[in-house]
Design a protein around this ligand. Sequence first.
Ligand SMILES: O=C(O)CCC(=O)C(=O)O
Ligand SMILES: [Fe+2]
Length: 285
Amino acid sequence: MGPVRADLPVIDLQSPDIAAATKSIRQALVDYGFLYVINHGIDGATMKSVYAESKKFFEQPMEEKMALEKNSSHRGYIRPDFEGFEADAGGKGDLLECFHIGSGKSNDANQWPSADRFPSWKETMESYYDCAIFLKSDYVCMFGPFTTGSAMKSKYGSDHGANAHTDYGMLTLLSTDGTPGLQICRDKDARPQIWEDVHHIPGALVVNIGDLLERWTNNVYRSTLHRVLMVGKERYSVAFFVWPSPDTMVTCIESCCSEANPPRYPPIRSDEYLEQRLTSTYKYK
Ligand SMILES: O=C(O)CCC(=O)C(=O)O
Ligand SMILES: [Fe+2]
């Protein structure tokens, strides 16, 4: 028998019953750290163009892609076997290719393919980015009023997937081209680990919690271990990572601790935490 299907809740972001939707979101984040959202406002045409542009970029010869290799701000192209998630420390990196875009159109650290050969690349990616930012703001207000940073990653793989890992930031909004492979492991300490398939729901986005939010909520919300197994077919996905603004002090949220359940982690600035995590991920250079 293959892995079971993860029975993740589907949250309708246009639901008129906000109280019920909020309750389901909270429960899903406590139980799984993963959920689906529908009616999220990113239209099918935008999605389609992001995949078409990604495909065109990743299909280029390696030397063309390497001309935009990731810079010190972690923006740009990441070749296969470069991104090593900590969960596999000592092992090899992922056999996936990625392209990272960072927050803000004014951000000079971003790298873009040449406008001659990719006339609509930048515009397409920025348009998706803007939709995701708009969407993210609905979520972020649940956690309090602070501004956020973010990054977007377009990924491509054909033979091997992503090693088991948790995401680092606050939230991840994930879209895939429908090719299966994503799996979650709800109890990271269980042995053997039990993996469940996250099936594709056309048009839905998968939302999951990252380690920073787990830390912020004193482990009330779960950053769930996940991985991507390849099924011998090419697969594209786009992940949008939501981070708090760099100077945010991540100090245990009051309602998540008490005398009996004291904070497990000392306060840390958001940029310090993320830099530590990014540096250890990209140590394979
Ligand atoms: O491609 C996917 O389905 C998941 C990718 C992922 O987990 C990540 O980029 O952090
Ligand atoms: Fe991930």
